[in-house]
Write a protein that binds this ligand. Structure first.
Ligand SMILES: Cc1ncc(COP(=O)(O)O)c(C=O)c1O
Length: 402
């Protein structure tokens, strides 16, 4: 069971703002002391570069950085050599298209994606398709806005070479049946790049059990620092993929007219890496593991169900994803622009997100200019839910007076 009162004490933002209801966790999670302290410790005691210095402080920084790779790998049941550090999920998802896509896809090849994607998941493939003449196919969503196995099967053919799908939608919160999709994609020889930015922080993700080819996530959504993300890739794929950035640390031998590179994952990490954020992310993974991902998933769902119960009592509230199995609610208030509503939440110290959530295809599919999104994490409380529901009522009443 989540001991929310105890866990909240770990978060300075919550300790310092007792009135705050922070419900924008799908955008970024707040940070516990252990993560802040790990980052602080690196800067306070070391602050030096890795993989280069021939002195004790640099060796220690390198050890911390590489130990972090092992910790983060273990968190998703991978090995250290599968883990490429990037600037975030966006950079990780782009890297797959920039490297694998441009090296191995050909004109006429098909890429399957969906209208549920965050821009970072489908845009790299749309851009690649335009440049090299591939075809992008969108899995038709069912009437709730879900990706189903049958709809996916109908898109799949031996022309399919890449599948780029979200594991959990950042707008609808639906869980994609990704394991079955990966199996089907592999049967026709296609690879699958999974956008797990909204999955890894909230449920147990096991890359070996999924058998995914690539999987991306961000540090900041899992209580880690900003500026760091992870690309998991199968070893044999990372090995044959070319680097897309050139420079310091990734090179092996450099000549005037040629060059060789380090092995994967190092050939993808050009220049001084995001040392402090990687160390902080490893701490965040340990912290989340100790809280317990199964407990987190159950607890968020419970909060989301309570919130939905409350929203359903308010006239004019249109909930878009009532059946979602995670902790995300997307809705509109009839006659109220989401940004106008957001100002009422802000006045009451309730942090929500309003807009298209960098996923314009799904807000268009919903036929709305944007939604109001509340997203829960394990440190939220039933009091946060109450405050959120009463503020929704206030916003609805206030704007519908005019
Ligand atoms: C599903 C999904 N994919 C990708 C991203 C991009 O993550 P980042 O902005 O950390 O690169 C996000 C961020 O909101 C997301 O929700």
């Amino acid at each position: 069971m989540i001991n929310v009162d105890k866990l909240r004490l770990d978060f300075p933002v919550l300790r310092n703002n007792p009135k705050l209801a922070y419900l924008d966790n799908a955008a970024s999670a707040i940070k516990p002391d252990c993560v802040i302290n790990a980052v602080n410790d690196y800067y306070t005691r070391l602050g030096v570069n890795v993989h280069r210095g021939v002195y004790k402080m640099s060796y220690e920084a390198t050890d911390l950085y590489e130990e972090a790779r092992h910790t983060i790998a273990k968190f998703i049941n991978a090995d250290f050599e599968n883990i490429v550090f990037t600037r975030g999920a966006s950079s990780a998802l782009n890297l797959v298209a920039q490297s694998y896509g441009y090296a191995f896809l050909k004109p006429g090849d098909e890429i399957i994606t969906s209208e549920l994607e965050h821009h970072s998941s489908h845009m790299p493939w749309v851009s690649l398709a335009k440049n090299i003449g591939c075809k992008v196919i969108y899995v038709p969503l069912d009437k709730e806005g879900r990706i189903t196995i049958d709809a996916f099967k109908a898109c799949l053919s031996n022309k399919t070479k890449m599948v780029a799908l979200t594991y959990v939608s950042n707008v609808m919160g639906y869980i994609t049946p990704i394991k079955e999709i990966i199996k089907l994609a592999h049967e026709v020889g296609a690879l699958v790049s999974v956008d797990a930015a909204q999955a890894v922080p909230h449920m147990k993700v096991d890359v070996k059990a999924l058998d995914c080819d690539f999987l991306s996530f961000s540090g900041h959504k899992i209580c880690g620092p900003t500026g760091v993300g992870v690309l998991y890739g199968k070893k044999e794929l990372l090995e044959k993929m070319p680097p897309v950035e050139f420079g310091g640390d990734m090179a092996d031998t450099v000549y005037k007219d040629d060059m060789t590179f380090k092995e994967a994952p190092y050939k993808f990490e050009t220049g001084t890496p995001i040392i402090a954020s990687v160390i902080g992310l490893a701490k965040a993974c340990e912290y989340i593991e100790a809280v317990g991902l199964d407990e987190i998933a159950k607890y968020e769902y419970l909060l989301k169900e309570e919130a939905i119960k409350g929203l359903k009592e308010i006239p004019g509230v249109i909930i878009h994803n009532e059946t979602c199995e995670t902790g995300i609610i997307s809705f509109n208030i009839e006659g109220v622009h989401p940004h106008d509503a957001a100002s009422v939440y802000d006045k009451n110290d309730v942090c929500i997100r309003a807009g298209h959530h960098c996923a314009q295809l799904i807000t268009s599919w919903l036929d709305t200019i944007g939604t109001i999104r509340a997203s829960f994490y394990f440190y939220n409380t039933l009091d946060d839910v109450k405050k959120f529901v009463s503020t929704t009522k206030e916003a609805s009443e206030f704007f519908n007076m005019f």
